[in-house]
Design a protein around this ligand. Sequence first.
Ligand code: GDP
Length: 297
Amino acid sequence: MAFEGLTERLQNAISKLRRKGKVSEADVREVMREIRLALLEADVNFQVVKDFVKTVRERAIGAEVLESLTPAQQIVKIVNDELTKVMGQEAVELAQAPKIPTIVMMVGLQGAGKTTTLGKLALKLKNEQKARPLLIAGDIYRPAAIDQLKIIGKNIDVPVFSLGTDISPVEIVRQGLAFAQEKKNDYVLIDTAGRLQVDEKLMNELAEIKQLAQPNEILLTVDAMTGQNAVDVAKGFNEQLDVTGIVLTKLDGDTRGGAALSIRAVTGKPIKFIGQGEKMTDLDVFYPDRMASRILG
Ligand code: GDP
């Protein structure tokens, strides 16, 4: 299960205060040392941990905790508040175009979950807004990516625009957008190619698609299981493409927590959705406060 180790360590650290009536500054410092180690072990970015611990410590050695009769509860509240803040405080909705269609471009490394997430998003829009999305199959490099998208489209009953693999992705997107205009689709969701790592050719191609499509939203899909590597990948994509939001996938796996806790602070971009399974319904809006409560257990 996700965050298991982190939750246990945070709970252990804080529980030491439960046995005390009143706590001293030294007690708080000791707990903060343990919280720091727990976060580092969960693969949270070093700078993020440093800032987080400093903020929590400053609040915790104030009157709120030291003069409280329930210091452990107070610390839990502070940690919860600050975890929420570090993950962005509020949920951020999918961007909307002033007039249809809203164009969403999905980017990310191969295997991160782009194609699956695109299907999940299309289904969500369909179910929750009665939207009529069009999927564009722009990944012409990964064998079977187009077929995969077509199968997904069929399962969720959403049309897929594809022109095979012999035409450039930019041209596919150009024609796909024209098709969507004609069919009056209200959302256009563009699947793009991923590589095993960030490279120049990939970025140039994505930049070209961005230039052409002028998307309202560039969603970056990253695999939460890859921890700090996911954060580095997000930083790379964001520097090149100025993404507008992040989807963290595979939060149903035994991810340690690093990506969820670092990515907002490192990139400045909001996590908008989380993937929590392989089924088409396993996509949820990201609520920082709910995630903080889940991490604290
Ligand atoms: P792409 O190469 O980025 O398009 O990645 P895919 O969409 O093909 O996904 C790669 C694998 O990850 C597939 O087996 C998906 O079923 C799986 N996957 C995607 N999102 C999730 C998720 O949230 N949880 C789990 N457990 N698996 C996921």
